[in-house]
Write a protein that binds this ligand. Structure first.
Ligand code: EPZ
Length: 424
């Protein structure tokens, strides 16, 4: 029987949690280990289902990856394969990130087309067009990508849109290219900067990450390193929203506000007292929140699409109506149906969702639809009267080490339990 989350809402939070390492940092960094000759130790690597999937891919390529306490040690010297099976590719949508690194390391790569996911089709046309500009020959056949690159040559690449994954894939391929590559209209997310910092710690010459132009001087021989990944700004946003939803007084250790400034600005506008110090962020939320101005998701430094669902959940009992506009993914309101089962009032029309605050929410049996939608159900459950049973929590475990553990540390009544035959 699989597990579910049991949350009992109605009481304010009080407590402290140390923010886990960032899922969206560690996944591209694990792909980047293919470029380093020597052992890489990732300090504070988060134990996530997506990290487990990446470890399975590395091992399937012949590499060594093992946990040493909180750290993950990877040594890719023994790599002896350049293809990733359909089964492994389908386990994790972002496995496309391995393409650039395998090509740079081996000169060839064969992997199946990464599937779509709950958020809709997840095209990789920008990844493929950029790799072709670097000199890769890519044949798409029967759902498989057959890539060959006897020599990758650096050049300027203009991205049609600031895709995070395409920026990262091209940074990795460019490390193995001759000459310099400049990626313009690059994604500016903090996780892209973290990848640059990791690559440079291995001896690469990457600059400009965090701006719209990332330059990579290829051909460096990369060595191993010991590296601590960035804290997870979306996990931090989730816990701030939990405090906003339930009320209370919490402290998040190890996160810098600058990584989630648009989220803290939204929560302050709603009436939360959020303060930063040199070690983290505190949030004090009391009384009914106010509705806020339109929330429009956008590439960094805009409002992060990954925080849209959890902020929506935090505002379900606010005074007034808040308009959300989801501009990054086409199917990112799947949590709305589950939230309305708890008494929320939300109307969706295309990219726009309007949340009208209600006085009360009630616990209900609900089901995760995707990673951040599942986290939003937890946030809403903390404000609901009674018990909420959340199933399909495998989605949540992809990106949160142990959300029940962290919510309990913040004072919530939250636990994992075995599903019964009555649970959906
Ligand atoms: C990364 O996904 C994150 N995942 C996502 O986090 C995050 O939501 C997203 O960036 C946006 O910030 C990881 O880093 C592992 P994109 P990615 O390429 O790289 C379209 C989470 O919850 N697009 O910036 O896939 C695409 O369809 C996850 O932690 C193309 O059209 O995001 C989407 O509409 C969810 N062609 C938009 O661009 C391409 O070749 C943004 O995608 C690539 C993307």
């Amino acid at each position: 029987m699989s597990q579910l989350l049991l949350l009992r809402g109605g009481r304010p939070l009080s407590g402290e949690v140390t923010v886990q390492g960032a899922k969206n940092s560690v996944l591209p960094i694990l792909a980047a280990t293919l470029l380093a000759k020597g052992q890489v130790v990732l300090r504070g690597c988060p134990r996530l289902r997506d990290v487990d999937a990446s470890v399975r891919i590395l091992r399937a390529l012949g590499c060594d990856a093992r946990w040493e306490g909180e750290d993950l040690a990877v040594d890719t010297a023994a790599l002896d394969r350049c293809e990733i099976s359909d089964l492994l590719m389908r386990e994790m949508r972002s496995s496309a990130i391995f393409l650039g690194a395998i090509l740079a390391r081996c000169g060839r790569a064969d992997l199946s087309y990464p599937g779509g996911c709950e958020l809709g089709p997840r095209p990789i046309d920008l990844h493929l067009s950029g790799l072709r500009e670097l000199g890769a020959e890519i044949r798409e056949e029967g759902g498989f990508l057959h890539c060959r690159a006897a020599k990758l040559r650096g050049r300027e690449i203009l991205l049609r849109m600031p895709s995070v994954g395409a920026t990262e894939n091209l940074m990795l391929a460019a490390c193995g290219a001759e000459g310099t590559t400049v990626i313009t209209n690059a994604a500016r997310e903090p996780e892209v900067v973290d990848l640059q910092n990791f690559l440079n710690a291995c001896g690469a010459r990457v600059s400009g990450a965090g701006s719209s132009a990332v330059a990579v001087e290829g051909g460096q021989v990369l060595h191993g390193c010991v590296y601590r990944v960035l804290p997870d700004r979306i996990a931090a946003a989730t816990y701030l929203c939990a405090a906003a939803s339930a009320g209370g007084d919490i402290y998040l250790r190890g996160i810098e506000e600058r990584y989630l400034a648009t989220v803290t600005a939204a929560l302050r506008a709603a009436g939360c007292d959020i303060r930063r110090d040199q070690a983290g962020l505190s949030a004090r939320c009391a009384g009914r929140l106010r509705a806020i101005g339109p929330v429009q998701t956008a590439p960094y430094p805009g409002f992060p699409t990954d925080a849209q669902a959890v902020l929506m959940a935090a505002l379900l009992r606010s005074q007034g109506a808040t308009v959300f506009e989801e501009n990054i993914f086409e199917n990112r309101y799947r949590h709305v149906g589950e939230l309305t089962r708890m008494g929320a009032e939300i109307r969706v029309s295309g990219r726009v969702a309007v949340v009208t605050g209600v006085e009360r929410l009630h616990g209900a049996p609900v089901r995760c639809t995707d990673l951040r939608g599942g986290a939003a159900l937890c946030v809403a459950a903390l404000a609901a009267e009674g018990e909420t049973r959340i199933t399909q929590i495998c989605h949540i475990d992809r990106g949160y080490e142990d959300i029940a553990r962290d919510l309990r540390a913040l004072g919530a009544d939250a636990e994992r339990a075995e599903q019964t035959e009555n649970d959906s």
